[in-house]
Ligand binder design. Structure first.
Ligand SMILES: [Zn+2]
Length: 327
């Protein structure tokens, strides 16, 4: 993996990296963005590139410094993350002590602070002094989902870089480059709504993929009023997964609408299932919205589900929605 592989950020990040390497930049970068948007991966790439002693383009990935970094054993890197909920002032003092030593390999110290917005105010004030009086050797990477928890004085001493979720297409491309089969990459990118991190989690999450399969099976079982309880029974026991089930249905509904309109759906690998599906996308989407409302007002899940399924079947019978039932 190198920096140019960050679709949607490539040029910007490469420029930033050149500035960092040329020492043209403040020695603290603040990477802010939603979970799974790549900020931690990018911070680690920057850190690795700064320590790399191999050939350009850096990080080379094969020199001893890169190998130590990737193994988590580089002596000049310190990563802080909240052990419980916060990073306290003692953690920052330990970090400052560490930074007062000479870098072991003669280059720079790298300090990576994950969930930086979880630093307590005293911790932030302690860090501030180090940020204000750089002794030259340390480079700080602060990573946070949002910067509201950070003191303005901290924010003003960092160069902020904003991350966002990618368009689904770009997310799929990133996954494919990481070795996920293209069709699965599209499906995962769609399910994760463009969050690369979330998509990779899903890829490794057997339970999530099995749940998705069960949801699709349930929707395919739903054919008429007589099949409602059988279709609903497939999902009624998944206590605690109601939200996930509705999310999966929502994406399926949107993809179904795309397929019905002749557009390329996200879950293109399942195109056959999408176009052959009996349930109308728009009707399902409405059903999902309604089901979320009922859940929020404490209607029991089996009731919510059966209600939604009966509505879907009734819409079909009343002819208010167009159903295509292709073979
Ligand atoms: Zn290297």
């Amino acid at each position: 993996m190198n920096i140019s592989e960050f679709t949607g950020y490539g040029d910007k990040m490469e420029q930033l990296m050149r500035s960092v390497q040329a020492g043209r930049i403040v020695h603290a970068l603040l990477f802010v963005g939603p979970r799974g948007s790549g900020k931690r991966t990018m911070a680690r790439l920057f850190a690795q590139a700064m320590l790399c002693k191999g050939r350009e383009p850096r990080p080379c990935g094969v020199c001893p410094a890169c190998k130590r970094f990737l193994a988590g054993s580089h002596p000049d890197v310190k990563t802080l993350r909240p052990e419980k909920k916060t990073i306290g002032v003692d953690d920052i003092r330990d970090l400052i002590d560490y930074l007062s030593l000479k870098p072991y390999e003669g280059g720079r110290h790298i300090a990576i602070i994950e969930q930086a917005d979880s630093m307590t105010p005293p911790a932030q004030n302690a860090l501030l002094k180090t940020l204000e009086n750089p002794d030259g050797a340390a480079m700080f990477f602060l990573i946070a989902e949002g910067d509201r928890g950070l003191l303005p004085t901290i924010r003003s001493r960092c160069q902020a870089v904003r991350f966002r979720d990618l368009p689904v297409e770009d997310c799929a491309a990133v996954l494919a480059r990481r070795g996920v089969a293209p069709e699965r990459a599209r499906m995962l990118a769609g399910m994760a709504q463009g969050s690369v991190g979330r998509a990779l989690e899903l890829d490794a999450d057997e339970r999530a993929m099995a749940l998705r399969e069960k949801v699709l099976e349930s929707l395919e079982t739903l054919r008429d009023a007589a099949s409602v309880s059988r279709a609903a029974a497939l999902l009624e026991d998944d206590k605690g997964a109601e939200g996930d089930i509705l999310d999966i249905m929502e994406l399926w509904a949107r993809d179904r609408m795309a397929a019905q309109a002749g557009a390329q759906p996200y879950q293109a690998g399942e195109y056959d299932r999408l176009v052959k599906g009996k349930i109308d996308g728009r009707a399902l989407l409405k059903g999902v919205v309604e089901a979320r409302k009922r859940l929020a007002s404490n209607v029991a899940w089996p009731g919510v589900l059966e209600n939604m399924y009966f509505d879907l079947i009734n819409k079909e019978n009343s002819g208010r929605t167009t159903l295509s039932w292709q073979r």
